[in-house]
Design a binder for this molecule. Structure first.
Ligand SMILES: [Zn+2]
Length: 205
C-alpha cells in the first residue's frame, strides 16, 4: 500500500472511531489549583524545575500542571492508551497487523476528560529541590481520577461501546468497585447496538 493509501485509511479509521466514542466526562471534576506548562522547554522534558519549586512554595506543597496532548507526558499517556485499545478493536492485531498498533486513533482524550500532573512535596522534601510527580486523568463523573492508561482502559472501552447508551455497565474499578475487571479481549466491542463496530472489526489484510 502506498503511504497515501495509508494516510487515507488512518484518517477514515480515526473518523469512524471518533464517532463511536461517547463521553461521560465532566469538566467540573478537574483540579482547581492548576497551572499551564511552559511548552518552550527542551525536547526531553516539559517541567521547569525552578518554576515548579516556586509554585510549590506558593501553593504550600501541592498543585497541578495541565498535561495537554502536545506535552511529552501527555502524548506518551495517550500513546499507551491507543496501543492498549487496538487489540480490542482488531482481534490478534499484534500477530496479524503489528504495524497498525502504531497508529494513533484517538488524538485526544474523550470530551471533558483531562490529564494533569500532580506536583507534591512531602514534609521531608520541604526546602529541597525534590518533589513528586503523578499523572492523573480527570473527568469521571464521580470525581474519580484514573492513575494510568491501563486503569482507564476498561472505562474507555465502555465509552467506545456506547457508554450508558449501550445499556451495559462499566466494569472499571471506579464505576463498579465490586466487579472490577478488564473486559475480555476481542469480545467487548462485538456485541454492540447498531453494528457501529463492524466498520473496524471487518479490517482485512
Ligand atoms: Zn467506568
Amino acid at each position: 500500500m502506498s503511504s497515501e493509501d495509508d494516510k487515507l485509511m488512518e484518517a477514515s479509521l480515526r473518523e469512524a472511531t471518533k464517532n463511536m466514542l461517547i463521553s461521560d466526562g465532566v469538566s467540573s471534576t478537574h483540579p482547581v489549583k492548576c497551572y499551564e506548562l511552559d511548552l518552550n522547554m527542551g525536547k526531553s522534558q516539559d517541567i521547569d524545575n525552578s518554576r515548579t519549586l516556586d509554585l510549590l512554595k506558593e501553593t504550600k506543597g501541592s498543585f497541578y500542571y495541565r498535561l495537554t496532548t502536545n506535552t511529552i507526558r501527555g502524548s506518551s499517556w495517550l500513546k499507551k492508551l491507543n496501543q492498549a485499545v487496538w487489540p480490542y478493536l482488531v482481534p490478534e492485531i499484534e500477530q496479524v497487523f503489528p504495524e497498525l498498533t502504531k497508529i494513533i486513533l484517538f488524538e485526544d482524550f474523550p470530551k471533558n476528560y483531562g490529564l494533569y500532573l500532580h506536583i507534591t512535596q512531602k514534609k521531608e522534601q520541604l526546602n529541597t529541590n525534590k518533589f513528586r510527580t503523578d499523572a492523573y486523568l480527570f473527568g469521571h463523573p464521580q470525581k474519580k481520577k484514573f492513575r494510568s492508561p491501563n486503569e482507564f482502559l476498561p472505562h474507555f472501552l465502555w465509552l467506545l461501546a456506547g457508554g450508558t447508551e449501550s445499556g451495559s455497565e462499566c466494569f472499571c474499578q471506579y464505576c463498579n468497585s465490586k466487579n472490577s475487571r478488564t473486559p475480555k479481549r476481542n469480545a467487548t466491542l462485538i456485541n454492540t447496538p447498531k453494528g457501529k463496530k463492524a466498520k473496524i472489526l471487518n479490517l482485512s489484510p
